[in-house]
Design a protein around this ligand. Structure first.
Ligand SMILES: N[C@@H]1O[C@H](COP(=O)(O)O)[C@@H](O)[C@H]1O
Length: 203
C-alpha cells in the first residue's frame, strides 16, 4: 500500500513509521513525505531514508482550500492510497477530509475522547489524570473525533511536567502509530459506512 506521511517538524513519528515500513512483513511502502514547513528535521529523515519529499508551504497560499488542493494534487501525483498525519499542525478542510475518508490517519497525544485540541498533555496534567497516552484515529471533519484505530496508555507521574509527560507520550506514539499504519495498510482495519471501525476477519 502506497503511504504518504505529512509532517510539520522533528519527525520522530515519521522515523517510527519508516522503521516499520522497512520490515519485510510490512504492507506499507512510504513513497512520499510532505511538510508544510521548509527545512524541518523530518525532511532530512525522509531524504536519509531515500523517500521523495515535497514542501507545500501554507504561508504561500491565500486560503486553506488552495493549500489543501495542492496537497491533494501531490498525493494523486504519487498515487498515494493512505495518508498518515504525523505531527502535521494544519487542520484540513471538509472537502479534503471527505475525499480521503477512511484513508487519513492522525496521531493525538491523549487517550481520546479525553483532552481534544491543542496542549493535550497539559490538559491531562491540569485535570489530574493518573493515566494518559496517545491515540491514532481516522480523521473526521470534527477535529480529534474520528474512529479510533489504536491507543497506547502511559502513567502520569506525580512530579511530571508538561515536558516529561510529553516525552513519555511520544515514546508511546512511536509504538501506536506503526501498529495503526500496518492495520490500515494491510486491510485488517477499515472505516465502516457507519463511521465506526470495521475489522476484516481472518486478515
Ligand atoms: N501532534 C503532536 O506533534 C508531535 C509531533 O512530533 P514529531 O513526530 O514531529 O516528532 C507529536 O507529539 C504529536 O502527538
Amino acid at each position: 500500500t502506497r503511504v504518504a506521511v505529512l509532517i510539520s517538524g522533528t519527525g520522530t513519528n515519521l522515523q517510527a513509521l519508516i522503521e516499520q515500513a522497512k520490515r519485510p512483513s510490512s504492507s506499507a511502502e512510504i513513497v512520499l513525505v510532505i511538510s508544510n514547513r521548509p527545512g524541518v528535521l523530518g525532511l532530512k529523515r525522509a531524504s536519509l531514508a531515500g523517500i521523495q519529499t515535497r514542501v507545500v508551504d501554507h504561508k504561500l497560499y491565500g486560503s486553506r482550500a488552495e493549500f489543501d488542493t495542492t496537497i491533494d494534487r501531490v498525493l494523486e501525483e504519487f498515487q498515494v492510497e493512505v495518508v498518515c498525519l504525523a505531527g502535521f499542525m494544519r487542520i484540513l478542510t471538509g472537502p479534503f477530509v471527505k475525499k480521503w475518508s477512511g484513508k487519513l490517519l492522525n496521531i493525538h497525544p491523549s487517550l481520546l475522547p479525553s483532552f481534544k485540541g491543542v496542549n493535550a498533555q497539559k490538559q491531562a496534567l491540569q485535570a489530574g489524570a493518573r493515566v494518559s497516552g496517545c491515540t491514532v484515529h481516522f480523521v473526521a471533519e470534527e477535529v480529534d473525533a474520528g474512529a479510533i484505530i489504536a491507543q497506547e496508555a502511559v502513567v502520569v507521574e506525580v512530579d511530571d511536567t508538561e515536558e516529561s509527560l510529553s516525552e513519555r507520550i511520544r515514546h508511546a506514539e512511536h509504538k501506536a502509530f506503526p501498529v495503526a499504519m500496518e492495520l490500515v495498510a494491510s486491510g485488517a482495519v477499515r472505516l465502516g459506512e457507519d463511521g465506526r471501525i470495521a475489522w476484516q476477519h481472518g486478515a
